[in-house]
Design a protein around this ligand. Sequence first.
Ligand code: URA
Length: 214
Amino acid sequence: MDSLFESLEGGENREERLAELARQVSVCTRCDLALNRTNTVFGTGDPYSPLMLVGEGPGENEDATGLPFVGRAGKLLDDILAAVDLTRQDVYLTNTVKCRAAVEEGGRMKNRPPRAGEIRACNPYLQSQMEAVKPEIILCLGGPAAKTVIDKDFKITKDRGKWYEVNGIKAMATFHPAYVLRQRGDDLQSAKRAVWKDVQAVYTEYQRALEEQR
Ligand code: URA
């Protein structure tokens, strides 16, 4: 019995390890984003998936519910995943920062990108999630995730759709669904085409990883 208990304590059980991390995140005060949050947003999905998706950070809806990608960008993310026959239950989904970054504008709080110091403060949690889930593939959604996971100098327009290696993990970045939603006309078509192409490449690697597991 001791050895089973030890292996759980030692983090062999991914659910337990993630639950403990989520508990730590829920009381985190490493940066000022803690001051205005309703809920922390830790992550959801399959902790045994070979594929991890990393977004930017919670918005208003995510802050209200404690769940990632529940707003309009989340609906588009579901459509993107569905294009390759995946659901969010097939992947592990998290964000670069776990609390909403917002600024007051005209009497109400508006989402803003997380600052470098906020991303730095939160990074140990993301790194621990990566250690717990041990993904073979990471898809970064947008520039902040790519700069955090892949390279601080990552340029999303130039560098998206390419494979990088991060501590033995294959990593790619694509446009953030919220960015796609902000485009119009030809720009919208070309952003969608780019994301679809990137997600096909990720799916090929995902299938390869699953086959290797069998
Ligand atoms: N945008 C993100 O990057 N993450 C979310 O959870 C929601 C919107």
